[in-house]
Design a protein. Structure first.
Length: 194
């Protein structure tokens, strides 16, 4: 069921937007924001609800109809078991969609001047050779940090909920660790020497 829910890029985008940051959203709000047809968007929301990704938390009667407001059932990053069950095709497509959203967030921050607006902003990237033990060490480190981030973001969410009118701003982070393909020049060198 989850694989079907995540097989369409619009549904991936809906889930991503509802989790970055965690927020409630109605099909009307999403359709207005992206200029999409409300009927199509409402259909995608229904599929996500049937798959257990989102749930209805509010209903508003407007102009003779009912607007359903949804929230994520759990943070997108917490779908570890479901992620493993998806298979490589769906995982690759979901990763590509999530990465696109992350790159767009970085681009918006750079364009607006907020990315470099704080001295404590961080951007780190490296590609390095490792063995199996090194890969396991780094992946374990990332998982520990991700778990700590999820706990911290929940604590922050509760604090902001208690003081909804207090000062706040959006913060984005991007974490990724994965096996990279070798650079093309190394592949060509290996092929010609074989």
């Amino acid at each position: 069921m989850l694989a079907k829910a995540l097989s369409h890029p619009s549904r991936v985008r809906i889930l991503t937007e509802m989790n970055t940051p965690t927020r409630r959203m109605s099909p009307v709000q999403f359709a207005d924001r992206h200029g999409e047809h409300l009927g199509t968007v409402a259909y995608h929301f229904r599929i996500l609800r049937q798959a257990g990704c989102i749930k209805v938390v509010e209903e508003h009667t407007r102009r003779g109809g009912t607007e359903h407001v949804y929230e994520p059932v759990k943070r997108a990053m917490a779908w570890k078991r479901e992620w493993e069950d998806l298979g490589p095709f769906f995982r690759d497509n979901l990763a590509a969609a999530a990465l696109r959203e992350a790159v767009e967030a970085v681009g918006r921050a750079i364009d607006s001047g907020t990315f470099a607006g704080r001295e404590d902003s961080v951007l780190a990237h490296d590609t390095l050779w490792v063995d199996e033990e090194g890969l396991a060490e780094i992946q374990s480190m990332f998982m520990r940090q991700l778990q700590e981030l999820l706990i911290t973001t929940e604590r922050i969410h509760q604090r902001l909920h208690k003081d909804p009118d207090g000062p706040k701003f959006l913060m984005s982070y991007l974490m990724a660790s994965f096996e990279s393909p070798p650079p093309e020049d190394l592949v060509e060198t290996e092929d010609t020497s074989a």
